[in-house]
Design a protein around this ligand. Structure first.
Ligand code: TIU
Length: 223
């Protein structure tokens, strides 16, 4: 398959060697009362990408592609949360504190669940990650290697934090990466735009970007 509109040049992938990776589309970041809001952010901005992300996910599933969902999640005993991370930003509620959606950023709590619209289905990979990057302290690389995956298409939140970190980690591990422009969002619109620019600059130093409609067109074309 070939995404003609990709920047800086067309992106080619085989559906059986590619995965759609949706980063941290969990209530903690998208709904009020979660980690995103405790850091002082206006979380309402992030909802806007849900329809496009849902459409891309549905088309990807129909094409038979592998789907990976990640959640930023810590163990209930916080043994995987360094004090530097817990204290950073002096938030109103810290990681592990009780919030309106359960304990902030803790695995298994209501706030840690992926939003209903994008909920994982059987056969999809769900990765709980203690860091910003999806590869740090997870078995993701090994899972992808075992399936022969070489290309990763990213969406999720937030663009310049967990999405960009994961994409850079993937790039260093040899994956050809593409970021779906309208399936990612930041609390800071200028940071989103800057991230898209820096990913695809210098001949695609980190990877490609493309609008989701270009992915849908490639999947419909089926080649
Ligand atoms: N604060 C912020 O923008 N993001 C995070 O803390 N985590 C993710 O991006 N998932």
């Amino acid at each position: 398959m070939r995404i003609e509109e990709a920047i800086p040049f067309p992106y080619e992938f085989g559906i059986k060697k590619a995965a759609l990776v949706l980063i941290d589309m969990q209530r903690d970041f998208i709904e009020p009362g979660g980690f995103g809001e405790t850091l002082g952010n206006d979380v309402t901005l992030l909802e806007a990408i849900v329809p496009a992300t849902k459409a891309a996910l549905q088309a990807w599933r129909e094409a038979g592609g592998l789907v990976v969902h990640t959640r930023e999640a810590h163990k209930p005993d916080l043994s995987d949360c360094p004090p530097a991370k817990r204290n950073r930003g002096n938030p109103a509620l810290r990681i592990g504190d009780e919030g309106p959606m359960g304990r902030i950023l803790v695995a298994g709590e209501p706030g840690n669940q992926i939003i209903d619209a994008l909920a994982p289905v059987e056969g999809e990979i769900v990765i709980d990650k203690p860091g910003k990057g999806a590869f740090y302290a997870t078995g993701l690389h090994e899972l992808l290697q075992a399936r022969g995956i070489t290309h990763l298409l990213f969406g999720g939140v937030t663009t310049e934090v967990c999405v960009q970190t994961s994409m850079r980690e993937a790039n260093d591990r040899g994956y050809d990466c593409l970021l779906l422009e309208d399936c990612t969002e930041s609390y800071f619109p200028a940071f989103k735009e800057a991230t898209l620019d820096m990913v695809r600059a210098q001949g695609g130093i980190v990877g490609w970007t493309a609008p989701s409609r270009a992915l849908l067109a490639a999947l419909r074309g089926g080649q």
